[in-house]
Design a protein around this ligand. Structure first.
Ligand SMILES: O=C(COP(=O)(O)O)[C@H](O)[C@H](O)COP(=O)(O)O
Length: 325
């Protein structure tokens, strides 16, 4: 990678900052914003040569890529747009990049609604669904079920430390779905009332492991023990091609202030020095495939163990950094 990459457009820098600070969050939304940012870089570029244009786009992709490490939808989106950048002149390169980014955004939205229809077929009238975090793919399944006239109820886990469950609760209420909001620790008790656990994914590994908001794996283990099926709603943009060649998915560690304030930390430390106090804040965890009943994509639903077939078909042996030529 070239160290002397040019500065990026201020809007690209702003999008990157919003992703890092989680103003823009959730794997599909991040992918959509990244594609749009690349289009903006292309549109605003004043590059004097095709070579310079390509360097600017690579710089923009690198800036966006370095924001958060776990959701593979981000590098998949960047790779998709950059691979569509073609032409001999700056204006051809610009037009092809913008068109490719738009195509990506349209496909993303269509895939989500297709996935929603497929996922909703698993839900019956009167079902109670337990959710974790906030996933637009999971919401799409619930929305399609409601549009089909099914009465659905939801038990929504709060999802500490950032309480994305509140976003889920609000959106479900907008759909008219009755919501019971519970703290994460109450999930096992409320699984007795649930017919399904429904979550999204940030990445799906080749062995069918699901990487999603921390707390998903514990929920899935408890659901298996209680006999409640676990359904993962994940567009194929969440399939992690590098895992086909043995790479693991990096789990993002976030700031300890999301868990304890400075004041709370000082209070815990009391009279002691706080040297011996460690606060860890992993944002995601890994749910092994044996706890997952179905991965629902826009291409149909799959048992987790067979997802690698779809992954190979869609991504071939693609690996490497998204801006690699
Ligand atoms: O774990 C999260 C969000 O984590 P964060 O809030 O840390 O980004 C979501 O379940 C997935 O990203 C899927 O979301 P979607 O289905 O919208 O892609």
């Amino acid at each position: 990678m070239d160290d002397s990459l040019p500065a990026v457009d201020p809007d690209v820098a702003a999008t990157a900052a919003d992703i890092a600070e989680m103003e823009i969050r959730g794997a599909a939304t991040i992918a959509d914003a990244a594609a749009e940012a690349l289009a903006k870089q292309a549109e605003r570029s004043e590059a004097a040569s095709p070579k310079e244009f390509r360097r600017q786009l690579r710089a923009a992709a690198k800036t966006l890529y370095e924001t958060r490490p776990t959701a593979v939808s981000l590098p998949n989106a960047l790779r998709y747009v950059l691979r569509g950048m073609s032409g001999e002149t700056v204006s051809e390169l610009r037009a092809s990049t913008i068109a490719r980014a738009e195509e990506f955004q349209v496909d993303l939205a269509q895939a989500q609604s297709k996935l929603g229809e497929i996922g909703s077929n698993r839900l019956r009238d009167g079902d109670v669904v337990m959710t974790h975090c906030h996933s637009t793919d999971a919401l799409s399944c619930l929305e399609a079920a409601v549009e089909d006239g099914k009465e659905i109820e939801a038990i929504v886990k709060e999802t500490r430390p950032r309480k994305q469950g509140h976003i889920t609760a609000r959106q479900l209420r907008e759909l008219g779905v009755p919501v019971t909001l519970v703290v994460d620790n109450a999930a096992r008790r409320y699984l007795d009332r649930a017919d399904h656990v429904l979550v999204g994914a940030d990445s799906i590994a080749a062995d069918g492991s699901v990487i999603n908001k921390v707390g998903t794996s514990g929920l899935a283990v408890n659901a298996r023990e209680r006999g409640v099926p676990v359904m993962v709603a994940a567009q194929t943009i969440k399939l992690h091609p590098d895992t086909m060649t043995g790479h693991t998915v990096e789990i993002e560690m976030r700031a300890e202030r999301e868990v304890v304030s400075d004041e709370e930390r000082a209070d815990i430390a009391g009279e002691q020095s706080d040297d011996g106090l460690t606060v860890e804040n992993p944002a995601f965890d890994v749910t092994p495939p044996r706890y997952v009943d179905a991965i629902v994509t826009e291409r149909g639903q799959f048992p987790p163990e067979s997802i690698v077939i779809l992954m190979r078909e869609l991504f071939g042996e693609t690996t490497g950094e998204p801006w690699a030529p």
